[in-house]
Ligand binder design. Structure first.
Ligand code: HEC
Length: 146
């Protein structure tokens, strides 16, 4: 079969039209404008950084250490480190703070699992801290600033 010139022109125009429809859907995934200038759909934010790293280090970290959390969550216990990874304390505090922040409920800070799990209000393989009040205050000393 031999295509007439008008048929070839029609096919080329149709192909270009299809390309034009497909390309915008391939915008980059970070919610910014790509090199072609097309906006794309924003995706969920990556794990957020802490707003108050200084109070994480001054208020939360000493108690996470003294209450024995780092004993399991510092890497020795894989299940614990998977649930809450504190292995970066003292080495990469900013990254660790961002991880711990995932256990914080910013809509209702005292109900954060970071507090509820070791306070005994939520099932926790690591048990309960002896002084719930002191522990809670130390955590809130940081998370009230987030
Ligand atoms: C004896 C080991 C051990 C100790 C000590 C320990 N944990 Fe855990 N923790 C675990 C394990 C194992 C898990 C995962 C299973 C679970 O959730 O019970 C876990 C889970 C958690 C979770 C995740 C809960 C969730 O809902 O995602 C938090 C938060 C947590 N621990 C905080 C702490 C804090 C804070 C301390 C110190 C006061 C602490 N843990 C001490 C073993 C421990």
């Amino acid at each position: 079969m031999r295509l007439e010139p008008w048929a070839i022109t029609t096919l080329v125009v149709a192909a270009c039209g299809a390309l034009f429809v497909v390309l915008p859907a391939q915008g980059d995934e970070r919610g910014t404008r790509d090199a072609r200038g097309w906006a794309s759909t924003p995706v969920a934010d990556p794990p957020g950084e802490c707003k108050s790293l200084p109070t994480f280090v001054s208020s939360a970290v000493p108690v996470l250490r003294s209450a024995g959390c780092t004993g399991c969550h510092g890497g020795a216990d894989p299940a614990a480190a998977h649930a809450l990874d504190l292995s970066g304390i003292g080495k990469s505090n900013a990254a660790t703070c961002a991880l711990v922040l995932q256990k914080v409920n910013l809509a209702d800070r005292p109900s954060s699992s970071l507090i509820q799990a070791p306070a005994g209000s939520q099932a926790h393989a690591g048990g309960k801290v002896p002084d719930t009040k002191a522990f809670t205050e130390a955590m809130l000393g940081w998370i009230k600033n987030e």
